[in-house]
Design a protein around this ligand. Structure first.
Ligand SMILES: [Ca+2]
Ligand SMILES: [Ca+2]
Length: 492
């Protein structure tokens, strides 16, 4: 069985999803917010998290959807992708809304106006769990791929996954997508899971995607400042955040009405609090790399604040500290595409995170084997370079590196190898042979009107037919739209 479950207690113990009795709005700040702005307990009736709100930052809530009209969101919910409805498993309208409740609760904790951390962030509802609160690996993978194509390169974004699957249940496919998201500048927060049901600590390293090292894997703490008895533990935990227990649950938005609330318990509730904090940091410094934000969150957590933490689990509790994060070198360019024409290669890429310090230049290098043939220095912001006078039939390699005042970003892991050749009139080629994104993301291709006489795009399978000699202009864009990459193909 390749089933995904959400990490609130109700779903873990296999209860039929019954909407908890709706509560009314909180009169004062809930304890989960009060606790995370102070180093030690008990809570002090002050839940001030500072001036940052996460405004302008996208938090993707990968869950059962989100009730977009709930009063906690003030119109800040955007419908993302909804593979559960698309595949007909349980269709709801509006798209990516919530017929379970789990996702609305989780989103409220990340970004609710009074129950959440990032009270001005944009929530993008990504629905992978059905009305019973479970889902499939395939739908999660499809959703994460969509997020990667929707995410704007070079700008920090947050993904929360309050769900998981046993690693040996095809978890590798989800892990791979999480690893790509991290490389593309997305902070990923993941619930550790609630497997510790019988007093035997369950190791979060056995859960996908919670064991992926670069992600922030969040265990649950209680009102009494202990590790929650149900929470998974072990060395794959990055930090704890309030997840509550039966004596003090976590209040957040519920899907049954625009002013309905419910109390819930689980690592599902802890993880989005960390996601909200990440959004505050991203708002302050939007071009930070994901690892800078994640590392700061771990380093700023309060050490040894909790009782009952087993020796292999890091004892760190979420602490919201919004001081600026020091700059580092830029990250890696993503989605590097190399497109050949006769005697030339066009390289294009998406800008990386700048590490918190403005890019000063880009260098693009062309190699034949290990021999450097050309190195170009480009003004910052440039995203294409064409190399000409190359030999057809020869394999070349391109690499891209970015620089800022701190130093030189990494480049060596993102080589692109391409064999230069002529494109001939009468030939039909698959569009992916002129370049595709790493990880094979869904993209849109369009031939410019000026080159309709030279070539046209054929659909299913997608290919390009060259009608005669000339220049064919092809625009590529991802699902999300944005600025298309223009590729000029010279047809002989
Ligand atoms: Ca407080
Ligand atoms: Ca980690």
């Amino acid at each position: 069985m390749r089933r995904i479950w959400g990490f609130c207690i109700a779903s873990l113990v296999g209860l039929v999803a019954v909407a908890p009795a709706a509560q009314s709005a909180p009169n004062s700040a809930p304890w989960h917010l009060d606790r995370i702005n102070q180093r030690s307990g008990p809570i002090d009736s002050n839940a001030d998290l500072g001036a940052l709100t996460g405004a302008g930052i996208n938090i993707y809530i990968v869950d059962s959807g989100v009730l977009p009209t709930h009063e906690q969101f003030g119109g800040r919910v955007v419908a993302g992708t909804d593979p559960v409805s698309s595949t007909g498993e349980s269709v709801i309208d509006p798209r990516a809304s919530d017929c379970d409740g789990h996702g609305t609760h989780v989103a409220g904790l990340a970004a609710g106006t009074t129950v959440g951390v990032a009270r001005g962030a944009t929530v993008i509802a990504v629905r992978v769990l059905n009305c019973d609160g479970d889902g499939t690996v395939d739908n999660v993978v499809a959703a994460l791929r969509w997020i990667r194509s929707h995410h704007v390169s070079g700008k920090a974004a947050i993904v929360n996954l309050s769900l998981g699957v046993d690693r040996n249940d095809d978890g590798a496919a989800i892990d791979a997508q999480v690893t790509e998201m991290l490389a593309e500048g997305i902070v990923v927060t993941i619930a550790a899971g609630n497997g510790n049901q019988n007093g035997v600590p369950y190791n979060a390293c056995d859960i996908s995607p919670g064991h992926v090292p670069g992600a922030l894997t969040v265990a649950a703490s209680t009102f009494a400042d202990t590790a929650a008895s149900y929470s998974n533990g072990g060395p794959c935990i990055d930090l704890f955040a309030p997840g509550g227990d039966s004596s003090a649950r976590i209040l957040s938005a519920w899907n049954t009405g625009n002013s309905d609330y419910s109390n819930d318990v689980g690592t599902s509730m802890a993880s989005p609090l960390v996601a909200g904090y990440a959004a505050l940091l991203a708002q302050q410094q939007p071009s930070l790399c994901a690892a800078q934000i994640s590392d700061a969150i771990v380093q700023r957590a309060t050490p040894n604040a909790l009782g009952g933490v087993i020796a292999t689990t890091p004892n760190r509790l979420l602490f919201v500290d919004t001081s600026p994060i020091p700059a580092t070198v830029p990250g890696l360019a993503s989605n590097i595409i190399t497109t050949v024409s006769s005697g030339s290669v066009l390289a294009s890429w998406e800008l990386p995170c700048d590490g918190g310090s403005t890019l000063t230049k880009t260098t693009v290098s062309l190699y034949r084997g290990s021999t450097l043939l050309q190195r170009r220095t480009l003004t910052p912001g440039t995203t294409t370079a064409r190399f000409t006078r190359l030999q057809n039939g020869v394999q070349y390699r391109v690499r891209v590196q970015h620089h800022n005042a701190i130093g030189d970003g990494a480049s060596t892991t993102r080589w692109k190898t391409v064999t230069v050749r002529a494109l001939r009139s009468g030939e039909t080629i698959p569009v992916r042979s002129i370049g595709r994104f790493a990880g094979d993301l869904t993209m849109k291709w369009k031939v410019a009107s000026s080159s309709r006489g030279v070539c046209k795009v054929l659909s299913n399978p997608t290919s390009i037919r060259f009608l005669r000699a000339g220049t064919c202009r092809v625009a590529i864009r991802t699902n999300a739209g944005g600025t298309p990459a223009i590729h000029n193909l010279r047809v002989n």
